[in-house]
Design a protein around this ligand. Structure first.
Ligand SMILES: [Zn+2]
Length: 212
């Protein structure tokens, strides 16, 4: 049997959410929907939604949802966006505009917000990449676990920097956190022991490569 569209709704009191999923039967729809909505299956209801059956792509589905009166949160400013809704902007926030939602993977208030989000993505990617590079250079042999490009600097609190999570040889047991550019690392007492092991490993490693 082919997949058809269902609307799955999560009733969370103040936090109602719905999503359209494509499934072979109602049980599958509820399972997929609960997963999409990050909710328990038992708290979700579903209905068949033939109006979305023909949607072949994500953008096509979003457009059909907008046309059917659904609202979304803008992928950039998180404002509610729906066709025909208005918002206030301008110098005194007194000029009324009608939303012209733009689809670009996510739904955005307007083209400007879609563009600004794309720029943000690039900035985060560059920050992640630079962070990983800096950590590899500073902690030779380290294995990068994760880079979070958007963390507030622990002292200059309005500055966003990358935090790198990594493990070190020879044990690779604990995860260490380093904010790019910092002169210190924070670690537990147990991890401190491993850190001295790493310093020792590094020293031996350097001596060996100097002899070679
Ligand atoms: Zn927006």
């Amino acid at each position: 049997m082919t997949e058809v569209a269902y609307v799955v709704e999560y009733d969370g009191g103040y936090d109602d959410r719905s999503e359209v999923v494509f499934a072979r039967n109602p049980m599958e729809a509820r399972r997929l929907g609960a997963n999409e909505l990050d909710a328990e299956e038992e708290s979700c209801t579903f209905r068949r939604a033939p109006e979305f059956d023909g949607c072949a792509s994500h953008d096509e589905l979003r457009q059909a949802q907008l046309d059917a009166g659904w609202w979304f949160t803008c992928g950039y400013c998180e404002r509610h966006v729906a066709v025909g809704d208005t918002y206030f902007a301008g110098e005194n926030e007194d000029e009324e505009y009608e939303f012209e939602p733009v689809l670009w993977g996510d739904v955005y208030c307007n083209g400007w917000h879609a563009g600004a989000d794309a720029v943000d993505h690039v900035v985060r990617r560059i920050r992640s990449w630079e962070g990983a590079e800096a950590a590899i250079e500073r902690f030779p042999g380290a294995v990068i676990e994760r880079v979070n490009p958007n963390t507030f600097h622990h002292e200059r609190r309005n500055e966003l920097v990358a935090t790198v999570e990594f493990r070190v040889p020879p044990e690779f047991q604990f995860v260490f956190w380093w904010q790019v550019g910092d002169n210190s690392l924070t670690m537990s007492a147990l991890a401190q022991q491993e850190w001295s092991g790493y310093r020792h490993w590094l020293k031996e490693h350097r001596e060996r490569s100097e002899q070679a």
